[in-house]
Design a protein around this ligand. Structure first.
Ligand SMILES: CC(=O)SCCNC(=O)CCNC(=O)[C@H](O)C(C)(C)COP(=O)(O)OP(=O)(O)OC[C@H]1O[C@@H](n2cnc3c(N)ncnc32)[C@H](O)[C@@H]1OP(=O)(O)O
Ligand SMILES: O=C(O)CCC(=O)C(=O)O
Length: 382
């Protein structure tokens, strides 16, 4: 696949901040927007203007920052919501309304006709004011397909620039997603944005399936923040597009780790060490066979280099280490460790790692080495 027209829509500041318990300050919102802009994200969903107060001020500040990215405000299909977005000066609005019967009946307590009517009214109103419009089908993945197509067609006719397909409760899997998105694009001919949630751990896979089917926008959040299990992660989508689909969006990926760490701090959601792409352990190798392979040729166990995402390679010495890693570690200390010494020392390394239930620090390794040398000298003197 080679479609480089794909655009990243980052919603860290809207869906990301909807993570239960997460609040960004105005200064943090502005800083995150700047960092997203700097790495080359195409559109930033900056928040929900109708909330007013700090939220409105933060969005206004982001608009005033003069970023290259398009700035989008999120709205219900309600005119006063859109008026609040327009007051913030955004160039794009998301107009969201539920399309599934379960939402229409139990949440909105309305009818399909009411949904269509209000979406069309809101879209026409926004277009009259000259902004870019994404019409968002909330709970699209649990929506009757015929109604979803009718909704998408009505959105297109009302002037919508794209349709956001929301897998609101993360219920989709990639094979079905591919078929559904392909059908929407073929039958309606409207650009589609993927907005996928991670309830079954498939947000990134589902986003990619949508891209394969022809979706040209992908909604993401930094670190996969977002409602419940979160959204497709920016860093995962960008790197998966590059290395699995061969689509390079020109994002400055070497800044991803810095961005992830900033958002982790601002959201008070620590980055798991094994977080795909940006976790601390993504380039850490302990197992003897892996460390040996990476020392000889990094691509044996790394798809891309740590520098590409702002990470660092680590050779960890612990229970599963082999002699090659140990010899390499001692070379870093300026010590030439002969093979037979490495084999003997490794036994001690294993024993200590088992006792401590963790890998060894450099200092501990040096103490072990000094003990080993003393024992060896004693044996040789006997
Ligand atoms: C799946 C998602 O992520 S959707 C985005 C969710 N994000 C948020 O809710 C965060 C920000 N939300 C808020 O600040 C508030 O909920 C507001 C300002 C939007 C609305 O606040 P309130 O007027 O106090 O209403 P409240 O949130 O309690 O209830 C939502 C109302 O909006 C209606 N509603 C919900 N979605 C939509 C929609 N897409 N279009 C039109 N109306 C909607 C509900 O039916 C309910 O209306 P009702 O009062 O007639 O029952
Ligand atoms: O993006 C939208 O408009 C819908 C809200 C949402 O985040 C979702 O449905 O998952």
């Amino acid at each position: 696949m080679k479609n480089t027209d794909i655009k990243i829509v980052d919603t860290t500041l809207r869906d990301g901040e909807q993570t239960a318990g997460v609040v960004f300050s105005k200064a943090e919102k502005l800083q995150i927007a700047r960092m997203l802009d700097e790495i080359g994200v195409h559109q930033i969903e900056a928040g929900i203007p109708v909330m007013g107060g700090d939220e409105e001020e933060a969005i206004k500040a982001i608009v005033k920052a003069g970023l290259k990215a398009s700035i989008m405000g999120w709205n219900r299909a309600v005119i006063s919501d859109i008026e609040a977005s327009l007051r913030c000066g955004v160039d794009a609005v998301a107009i969201s309304i539920s399309t599934s019967d379960i939402h229409i009946k139990y949440k909105l307590k309305k009818t399909r006709e009411w949904v269509l009517e209000n979406m069309v009214k809101a879209t026409e109103f926004a277009k009259k004011h000259g902004v870019y419009v994404s019409v968002n089908a909330e709970d699209a993945s649990r929506t009757d397909m015929e109604f979803l197509l009718q909704f998408a067609k009505a959105a297109k006719e009302a002037g919508a620039d794209r349709l956001r397909y929301c897998d609101t409760v993360g219920i989709m899997e990639p094979f079905t997603m591919y078929e559904v998105i392909k059908t929407i694009i073929e039958k309606v001919g409207i650009p589609v944005e993927m907005h996928t949630h991670n309830d079954f751990g498939m947000a990134t896979a589902n986003a990619l399936a949508g891209v394969r089917a022809g979706a040209t926008y992908v909604g993401v959040t930094v670190n996969g923040l977002g409602e419940r299990a979160g959204n497709a992660a920016l860093e995962e989508v960008v790197m998966a597009l590059k290395y699995i689909y061969n689509i390079d969006l020109g994002i400055k990926t070497y800044k991803l780790r810095e961005l992830s760490e900033y958002v982790a701090k601002a959201s008070q959601r620590e980055l798991p060490v094994n977080k795909a792409i940006v976790g601390k352990n993504i380039f850490a190798h302990e197992s003897g066979i892996h460390a040996d392979g990476v020392i000889k040729y990094p691509k044996t166990y790394e798809v891309f280099s740590p520098e590409e995402v702002g990470g660092e390679r680590q050779i960890v010495i612990g229970k599963h280490s082999g002699t090659h890693a140990l010899i390499r570690k001692f070379q870093e200390y300026g010590i030439n460790l002969p093979e037979e010494d490495a084999q003997e020392l490794l036994k001690k390394v294993r024993a200590l790692a088992v006792e401590l239930k963790r890998p060894l620090f450099d200092k501990e390794l040096m103490y072990l080495y000094q003990d080993y040398l003393k024992e060896k000298a004693k044996k040789e003197g006997e």
